[in-house]
Ligand binder design. Sequence first.
Ligand SMILES: Cc1cc2nc3c(=O)[nH]c(=O)nc-3n(C[C@H](O)[C@H](O)[C@H](O)COP(=O)(O)OP(=O)(O)OC[C@H]3O[C@@H](n4cnc5c(N)ncnc54)[C@H](O)[C@@H]3O)c2cc1C
Length: 382
Amino acid sequence: MAFPIFTEEHRLFRESVRAFAEREIAPHAEEWDRAQAFPRELFRKAGAQGYLGVRFDPALGGSGLDYWYTGILIEELMRARNVGVVVGLLVQCEIATSIIADCGSDELKRDWLMPAVRGERVAALGITEPGAGSDVAALRTTARRDGDAYVVDGSKIFITNGTIADFVTLAVRTGEAGPRGISVLVVPTDTPGFTVGRKLRKVMAHSSDTAELFFENCRVPAQNLVGEEGQGFSAIMRLFQGERLVLAYIANSFMREILEAALEYAGERQVFGSTLASMPVWRHRLVDVMTELEASRLLTYYATDLMCAGDPAAEVYVSMAKLHAGELFKRVAPECDQVLGGYGCMEEYFVARATGGVSGFAIGAGTSEIMREIIARRRIGL
Ligand SMILES: Cc1cc2nc3c(=O)[nH]c(=O)nc-3n(C[C@H](O)[C@H](O)[C@H](O)COP(=O)(O)OP(=O)(O)OC[C@H]3O[C@@H](n4cnc5c(N)ncnc54)[C@H](O)[C@@H]3O)c2cc1C
């Protein structure tokens, strides 16, 4: 059943994204996971469809829509079963660029945001450092004012789109220690002194590009400052709201795909003369997953509604939606992987790639379900 908030316009947008995902991503999902990369051309293709500026002002090349459309975009892109692609594209169209849309100058919007919306320039967001992750206010990358430029020195880690980005929306320290000394700069990656360190190999979101970045004496024009000096921390905190909602949608849609793959498998796999899907124990376990997932989706929709209405309660509900989806994934992933038995450890299976074959030890030498059967027969009887 469609959620009541969705209109005919939402349905048409959903169909268009679904067709794009089926045509442009799904046929390559496994290959791109193996390659730990997806082609840069996909940014242009997504840009040409208008998917990289869903919420941005039409004057900037965007569609002027709201977070419901961002949510639909994610739900449908995820049908292609490649989470790395979705992470890379959403960094481009929400996470690294919305701060420029919110408080960047007209020049920054023209030179960096608009080409990103068209998919011509790839964006990354550089906040996390080796010594500052959750504690953003502890970041140490400095930007010292020198004439008409800032001179940037420091490093960032875990940066999505890091090796392919044309610019980094970079959190830097321009002033005192703590949150009030933080600013945001747009740093072009052809700036002398900018280098990419290692491309980091991940055990999840395989096809997204994640890297270490280094800045040594990078002279960045002072007009690349996003908003006002010293106002970066509050701008980043506002950005995190949207990023958290995006993450809740990605996690929910990812779980939906993992569950659907597990259900398909359970409907086909014969064990001891019947399908897994016809065994009460598995029916109940899968129904539990289905129910929890539906609750997570509805909490995320509620948070979206509050975000779109500009309700101050959105801050709490977006955090709840992100918290719930992230923690639920840790239960859903192994539960669905277990359904696949040994195949849940084989890379060619989407569920295995998605969950890292987390159930390996609960499968080999007799699965947990068979152990329960043995114990039950001995201790409870037939
Ligand atoms: C796939 C991927 C992509 C990413 N992409 C980007 C990106 O594009 N740009 C970017 O800037 N960053 C990116 N990140 C980094 C991400 O935002 C950080 O990993 C995250 O903020 C946590 O920081 P940390 O890894 O340093 O962990 P830490 O902050 O060191 O946390 C370690 C542990 O300590 C706990 N902890 C920390 N503080 C507290 C506290 N006050 N109370 C209780 N427990 C606490 C944490 O919850 C965690 O369990 C990415 C990360 C991943 C995995």
